[in-house]
Every structure is written in structure tokens, then in C-alpha cells.
Ligand binder design. Sequence first.
Ligand SMILES: Nc1nc2c(ncn2[C@@H]2O[C@H](COP(=O)(O)OP(=O)(O)OP(=O)(O)O)[C@@H](O)[C@H]2O)c(=O)[nH]1
Ligand SMILES: [K+]
Ligand SMILES: [Mg+2]
Length: 430
Amino acid sequence: MGIIEKIKEIEFEMARTQKNKATEYHLGQLKAKIAKLRTQLLEPPKGSSGGGDGFEVTKFGHGRVALIGFPSVGKSTLLTMLTGTQSEAASYEFTTLTCIPGIIHYNDTKIQLLDLPGIIEGLVHKLCLFQVIAVAKSSDIVLMVLDASKSEGHRQILTKELEAVGLRLNKRPPQIYFKKKKTGGISFNSTMPLTHVDEKLCYQILHEYKIHNAEILFREDATVDDFIDVIEGNRKYMKCVYVYNKIDVIGIDDVDNLARQPNSVVISCNLRLNFDRLLAKMWEEMGLVRVYTKPQGQQPDFGDPVVLSVVCNANSLYFWTDAMFVLVGVSSNFGTTICVPQDRGGCSVEDFCNHIHRSLVKDVKYVLVWGISARHYPQHCGLAHALHDEDVVQVVKKKEGNEGARGRFKSHSDAPARISDRQKKAPLKQ
Ligand SMILES: Nc1nc2c(ncn2[C@@H]2O[C@H](COP(=O)(O)OP(=O)(O)OP(=O)(O)O)[C@@H](O)[C@H]2O)c(=O)[nH]1
Ligand SMILES: [K+]
Ligand SMILES: [Mg+2]
């Protein structure tokens, strides 16, 4: 029996099983079984290079955005309009059969936008689905393109499809500390009463994974699914913007309703409607931070920022606020259990220096910062200072002598002109 058949069989058994206290453990075990099988499905077939053939596109620019959606929702039309790169669009399904990259120029940065084949419900078209998922996982955020004239249920169906292959959209990693050990049995603790799982259930699930020594600490009232996610350790937590296209064919009340959904933008490719809002939302969710380097005594080059990212790296825990993920804590404990490591992440002065040159950090005495992250202009900052989008930074190196920066910056007239303008517009945060 193939993996997909096995998954279907277990799903069938789960559907037949009544949900109550007595069957809770059995159901938990079945969930773990399915999770294991799905992970097997995601493994590249033996002898293959591991990548999706024909889907491999070289990363380019300061960030990568994937267009995901059912067939014929207008993904290719959107890519062509936003990037100028032609991606064939037509009224029949599966017009696009591979990954087509284009470039969006926005806010002095270049964002790589990827058009992809449509996804359909069910794991039957698994090969294509898994190639699409591999590209989605390599991206910084996902734009889920939906047909505004179709059922609102499409969003849930697609979200479930993506969850089945390990993608978690607009969800933060469960706050469960989990570490496998060589000996010592299982130690189970929680910082609060648990209403969805108990120790016995967790033991059973660990048993399913043949894990007999581990340290577990629940830091929130998590579910069985959360616990399985943490054990699997291969989940990818991503931001997603829901893009409702084709609003030209629906009534204004429906448009209004869709526009009020969380993380959603309504557009029409046919009427070129609301692209500004879409780009602004995309930019906001990507969490990119432009930092302008200012040589001593000169204006910064405002056309050429160093682009950093506040989005999580492998060791970060983050949570959702209105606008942005906010870094709430970094713990090496989480490195093994949360998030697939990303190659970007971090917007400290140190990250900025590393971006310019690996060897720069050790020569830095301090930096001068103008912009929203600075309490006063310029602020003298160390390597740990967190930079904000559109900050201006001047690096003062150790070997430049011990004459203080104040000596060089007698008045603030040396401050970059654009920032003083902005200071009036942008109130200082915190
Ligand atoms: N009414 C209307 N139709 C649109 C809009 N955008 C795209 N379409 C049409 O929708 C159809 C599908 O567009 P595509 O861009 O090929 O869709 P796709 O999502 O790339 O489709 P696949 O590659 O097959 O998955 C085409 O006939 C487009 O002309 C829109 O804003 N309004
Ligand atoms: K199409
Ligand atoms: Mg297409």
C-alpha cells in the first residue's frame, strides 16, 4: 500500500471514531501516524536531487514572494502586471506548469515574485503540489490568490492543503520546549494547566515516534497537533496575505465584506484596481528594514539601502501584532524544535555590519544612528541596537582614533537631510 492510501485509511478510521475522553488517546496516536506519513511524503524520492525539477529558480533581490492558489484565479495575470514579466494567462486551468519568476521594484528594493501552477484539493496531484510547496517554503511570504467570485470556503480548503504539507500560515510556532535526550526517560512539565492534552497522551505520541528520553515543557495551553508539530520539527511558519482577485465581477457589498477579512486585500487585475494597497501590505508583512549607510561628512545614498529583515530566524520566537511580528525572545532551546532555519533574519547593528562585510564587526567602535530607532539624533549605538526601516547609520571604526564622534559632529547640520524631514512625519515609536 502506498503512503497516500495509508493516510486515507487512517483518515477514514479517524472519521469513524467517536470523539470522547475514551478515544482521545487513540485519536492522538492516529494523528501522529498521519503526521509521520506526511513527512515521509515530503522526503524527496531516493536518487533524485531533492529539488523540484524545472521549479528551481535562483534567488534574486531582497526578498521572495510566492503566488499560491487554485487554478485560474489570476496568478499569472497578476505576475505579469506587477513585474512586467510575461507569464501566460488563459481561461483554462493549469495554464502555468512551472515556476515563473518576475521582479517587483518597490521602496528602493527588488522583490522576487514567483508564479506557480495552481494547486487543487487532495493529495492526488502530489508531485506538482510538492514542488509548489518547496518553492513556497523557500519564500519569505506567501500571497494566497483567491477568486473573489468563488466560495469563501476556498481559503479554508487551501489552508488545510498547505497545513497537510507542513506549512503554517499566519500562525506562530507553539510554545512548547522539546528536547530529545540520550537517557533519563521523559520529563514532562507545563507552566499552566493544560486543557487539550495530558501527560499520558504526550507519552503515547512520543511512543509512536519511538522517543523514550526527552524533556518537554508546555509554555501554553497547546493542542495535540501543536505537540506533533514540535516533534516533527519541520514545520514552516509563514506570513500570508489573502489576495481576492476579480472583484470586478462581484457586487460592492461582497467586495466590502472580503476587504474586511484579516490579512486580506481585494484587487482586480482586469481593472488594475488596488495594486498600491497590495504592494504596501506585501511590503509590511515582509518585515524588510532598509538601512542607509552614511559615509562621514556626506549624505547617504538613498537609492541603495542595505536591506535587513525582522522576520524570525531559526532561534526566534515571535508573535503577531497589528502590523508586524515582534521579537519577544530568543532562546537557543528553541533552535532544534521551531522553524526551518532561514538565511535571513535580524536587524541589529551587528546584522547590518555583517551584511556589509563579515570582518567589519570586530573593527566597529560604535555606530551613529539617525531615524526612528534613535532616541536622539544621532544616537551612539552598540552592536545590539535594533535598527528600524529607513534608519541611517554611520559606522565609526576603532582604528579611526579615539577622538569622539561629537568632535566630528559639532552640530546636527551634518545629519542626513531626508531623515530630518521624516522626523516630522514619523513620530518616534516607544
Ligand atoms: N474578471 C476578471 N478576470 C480575470 C482577472 N484576472 C485574471 N482574470 C482571468 O482569469 C483567467 C485565468 O487567469 P490566469 O492568470 O491564467 O490564472 P492562473 O491562476 O495563473 O491560472 P493557472 O496558471 O491555470 O493556475 C484568465 O482568463 C484571465 O483573463 C480579473 O481581475 N477579473
Ligand atoms: K489559467
Ligand atoms: Mg498561471
